[in-house]
Ligand binder design. Structure first.
Ligand code: F6R
Length: 614
């Protein structure tokens, strides 16, 4: 939540920072702000409620000169989204400006002390407390800015990625992090700092990921110096990033979400490349091979995740139990971390996260590690906090996912879980060789089948227009398709703001069927698998109560045409891989309904891509 970016170098900072904010808008977009120090050492701060475009517009009539600056796009935690609560925040003397991503948990205590010492507050934010505290400590102890930052952070409880600048000091800014990400970009005679690499990659691919409780002192003419809060000097490895700018752009699509849906055949191939080898009849997942004992001897697997990644985890449960015969529990990270769960040292824990920065999942991992469990990460963002805080793991390799609604990351998480299950099952000999080879071949065919479904986009678009009237939707599935029903409902509600619920189809008669009338659209996943006849019966029950049924069926299905109002056909596959196909029409349906309703598809209200607060 919240995106931060900073620049120091020989170019004008303003265009770089504004562009950087546009890249980071997926992290929050309820207000934005910028601070620049001009060549005379004067500091200008501009803040506006709303999107980055509003800040850019506002700045047109103001002095935006300067080769050093910091900027912020906000997802509100403390204090409503308005101009005053927008970052950067400045200190009492207006000498210091600071941007922050995270939450200062003990801000009320600190604020009280500062007020007693004569400090005045403009905003309702926790961030303003931090900048005031830094100034208070700096003046009280007569120390330089870096020392003041170190001392202040020593008093802070919570999560932060911050960048702070000082009026009159146009040669230096200071950045620090704990539990919120921060990347330092190393250019030639210029330096960048940001919440992720997207604002940096256009200028340099050399980066340093700051670790928790590290501070970077970034000086215009010197190599950045990294120290800890306790003032221990650190040497950090410079990493060469492999993402390109084109991966961060829309490539002709009207929205990132649509681009990302259509990228899926390729991202699934990328995810399997070098791992699924059908010529050698093998699946090679190095993280699993290196840690096979941890999985093969595990008495239990616990999957930790939030949101869409949690839905992938539910499908992972079905896969791992079916093929590896290991009991699996799937937990919301946010519940797990606070409920004193039973964790055994011989549990294997799998943490799933696209961003690799979700605060609840990070905390849940911490808990599992402290209890002695082995923790395996499935992340998309390379070098992210979860990737670094797990014992081992597999990347999904889908490239940056910018649309707030997760699509291509979800299907790649499923592919990784499928590859993991096959790898462990073969090792444990819980599947026959014949079955293993059949599954492997089918997995390899999935990207082509996804491609085939994407060709039906136009008819799904037409269908979506019929249903924009609806205020509620129900999604039904059974077996492997039950979590897909949950994910389909989540996709619809988050981008179209239509209320939607996912249920296991057989549960309808235990209560929710009371909701059914002729106005209620019901999306039923009824593909040709082991549950087909059962789902048909469940759909008949809906039909008998006049529900309007959109059925996702396998090609050549004949029975459903007489029952459902609308039918979307998809290729047949193995039951266990069904979710990789059934989710595609649901992603498209949500997308088109949201577009028809003129929603901001890539940046839905109240949401942010990376949930770095609990
Ligand atoms: C929904 C969505 C969220 C995320 C959730 C976890 O489309 O994107 O529900 O899945 O916030 O995020 P990660 O996977 O980054 O841990």
């Amino acid at each position: 939540m919240c995106g931060i970016v900073g620049y120091i170098g020989y170019r004008e900072a303003f265009p770089i920072l504004i562009k950087g904010l546009y890249h980071l808008e997926y992290r929050g977009y309820d207000s934005a702000g910028i601070a620049l120090i001009n060549s005379n050492g004067g500091m200008n701060i501009y803040k506006t409620k709303g999107r980055v475009s509003e800040l850019e517009e506002f700045c047109k009539n103001h002095d935006v000169s300067g080769t050093i600056g910091i900027a912020h796009t906000r997802w509100a935690t403390h204090g409503e989204p308005n101009n005053i609560n927008a970052h950067p925040h400045y200190s009492e003397s207006k000498n210091l400006a600071l941007i922050h991503n995270g939450i200062i948990e003990n801000y009320t205590v600190l604020k009280k002390q500062l007020i007693q010492n004569g400090y005045h507050f403009q905003s309702n934010t926790d961030t303003e407390v931090l900048v005031q505290l830094i100034e208070y400590i700096k003046e009280l102890n007569n120390v330089d800015l870096c020392t003041a930052v170190q001392l202040a952070l020593g008093q802070v409880i919570g999560a932060y990625a911050i960048v702070v600048m000082e009026k009159g000091q146009n040669d230096r800014f200071i950045a620090a992090r704990k539990s919120s990400p921060l990347v330092l970009g190393i250019g030639k005679d210029e330096f960048f700092i940001a919440s992720d690499a997207s604002p940096i990659i256009e200028y340099t691919n050399k980066v340093i990921y700051l670790e928790d409780e590290e501070i970077a002192i970034v000086h215009r003419h010197e190599s950045p110096k990294i120290v800890t809060i306790g003032n221990i000097e650190k040497t950090r490895e410079i990493i060469q990033l492999e993402i390109s700018l084109s991966q961060l752009e829309k490539g002709g699509y009207p929205h990132f979400m649509l681009k990302e849906i259509f990228e899926q055949p390729q991202t699934l191939r990328d995810c399997m490349r070098g791992r699924v080898d059908i010529t050698c009849n093998n699946v090679v997942l190095s993280g699993i091979i290196d840690n096979k004992k941890q999985f093969c001897d595990a008495k239990r697997i616990i999957i930790l995740a939030c949101g869409t990644s949690w839905h992938a985890g539910l499908i992972g449960e079905y896969l791992l139990e079916e093929f590896c015969r290991i009991p699996v529990e799937v937990e919301y990270s946010s519940e797990f971390r606070y409920r004193n769960p039973v964790i055994y040292p011989d549990d294997a824990v799998i943490a799933i996260s696209q961003s690799g920065e979700t605060a609840d999942t990070l905390a849940a991992i911490d808990l599992a590690r402290k209890a002695g469990a082995f923790v395996y990460g499935i992340c998309n963002v390379v070098g992210s906090s979860i990737a670094r805080n797990t014992h081992s793991g597999s990347y999904t390799h889908v490239g940056p996912e910018i649309g707030v609604a997760s699509t291509k990351a979800f299907t790649a998480q499923l592919i990784v879980l499928a590859m993991m299950s096959l790898c462990i099952a073969r090792e444990k000999k819980t599947v026959t060789e014949e079955r293993f080879l059949k599954l492997l071949k089918e997995l390899d065919r999935i990207p082509d089948k996804v491609e085939q479904i994407l060709r039906t986009d136009e008819s799904i678009k037409n269908l979506s227009e019929i249903f924009t009237y609806a205020h509620n939707f129900i999604y039904l599935g059974r077996g492997y398709n039950y979590p897909v029903a949950l994910e389909g409902a989540l996709k619809l509600k988050e981008i179209s703001y239509i209320h939607a619920e996912g249920y296991p189809a057989a549960e309808m008669k235990h209560g929710p069927i009371a909701l059914i009338d002729s106005e209620m659209p019901v999306v039923a996943i009824a593909t040709d698998n082991g549950m087909y006849d059962k789902v048909i019966s469940n759909i008949q029950e809906i039909k008998a109560r006049n529900g309007r049924i959109i059925a996702i069926v396998s090609e050549n299905d004949t029975a459903m045409k007489d029952i459902a109002d609308y039918v979307i056909e998809i290729p047949a596959t193995e039951d266990c891989f069904d979710p990789l196909l059934t989710i595609i029409p649901l992603q498209l349906l949500s997308y088109h309904i949201a577009v028809t309703k003129r929603r901001d598809v890539d940046r839905p209200r109240n949401l942010a891509k990376s949930v770095t607060v609990e």
